[in-house]
Design a protein. Structure first.
Length: 108
């Protein structure tokens, strides 16, 4: 199953372009969070992560839609890989390789 996730950080931004792109990418389900400032909860991301079970795919239009910071993206990548979520697209492989390389420079 392909789960699409979109997000806008403020209420004055529009999610329509992300929804269209995710549907065009063949997502079976599209979940979006609106106005998700730094401290706001993202209930649709939580649902997307639950729905993207082993063998599934989590699709985003841009990486900044997924994580709030590099630290958050690294934590999400660890979680996705541990659960067997498909990150095998060329962009997905490159992304996780870059995150892994950066993580090696962080203090233990």
């Amino acid at each position: 199953m392909r789960i699409g996730y979109g997000r806008v950080p403020t209420t004055d931004q529009n999610l329509d372009a992300q929804r269209r792109a995710l549907r065009a990418a063949g997502c079976d389900r599209v979940l979006v969070d609106g106005a998700s400032g730094k401290l706001a909860r993202r209930p649709e991301l939580d649902k997307a992560l639950l729905a993207a079970r082993q063998g599934g795919q989590l699709v985003v239009t841009k990486l900044e839609r997924l994580g709030r910071s590099l630290e958050h993206l690294i934590a999400l990548s660890d979680d996705l890989q541990a659960r067997g979520i498909d990150t095998s697209s060329p962009v997905g492989r490159t992304f996780f390789q870059i995150l892994g390389a950066i993580a090696r420079f962080e203090p233990p």
